[in-house]
Design a protein around this ligand. Structure first.
Ligand code: ZN
Length: 198
């Protein structure tokens, strides 16, 4: 089932997600709906807070699509290739972080807007998988960036909170003035449909 993705400045995006006690059948179904929603919106990550659910759950799939529905894994890092995708993780927690990197981030909750955000370059993350087992991952590249972006959502933050006050104010006023692109217009333009919105 495709869920509605909340758009900034919806106040529900400011809520903090609570840890899950254990991964139930209901939570597995929610993860499935979130994956469906993420693919339908052509995003590479989605956090439960973005669909109005305050449970610590996020889904990620950064595999780039090649021609004809195949995945093109050639530009992925060695660490990224080791992670089974789609990645579904409950109660994610960063246990180690190293280095700095920047990336022009977009977000399904602020569609059509992109800004350069600084993140840790390499991180180690622990959490629960769909079978309620502890998982630990070492991530870098886009996958590490995406994980940090999604974990911000679980903490009630969006990427504009990571910008300088001036850039953040400028982006907020742009959104107020121009709003978000209409979905139908988006689909007519093939080039603009390929995004890295998380
Ligand atoms: Zn986002």
């Amino acid at each position: 089932m495709i869920l509605e993705v909340l758009k900034y400045p919806d106040p529900r995006l400011r809520r903090k997600a609570m840890p899950v006690e254990s991964v139930t059948e209901e939570l597995r179904a929610l993860a499935q709906d979130m994956l469906e929603t993420m693919y339908a919106e052509r995003g590479i990550g989605l956090a439960s807070i973005q669909v109005g659910v305050e449970k610590q759950l996020l889904v990620i799939d950064i595999r780039p699509m090649a021609e004809g529905d195949r995945y093109d894994l050639s530009n992925m890092t060695e660490l990224e290739k080791q992670v089974t995708m789609p990645l579904v993780i409950f109660n994610p927690k960063i246990t180690k972080k190293e280095g700095k990197t920047t990336y022009e981030e977009g977000c399904l909750s602020l569609p059509g807007y992109y800004e350069t955000v600084q993140r840790f370059d390499t991180i180690e993350v622990e959490g629960l998988d769909l079978d309620n087992q502890l998982m630990s991952l070492k991530l870098d590249g886009l996958l590490a960036i995406c994980m940090q972006h999604e974990m911000d959502h679980l903490d009630g933050k969006v990427f504009l909170d990571r910008l300088s006050p001036i850039k953040s104010a400028r982006l907020k006023s742009k959104i107020k003035k121009f709003g978000y692109p209409k979905k139908d217009e988006d689909n007519q333009d093939e080039d603009s449909s390929v995004t890295n919105e998380i």
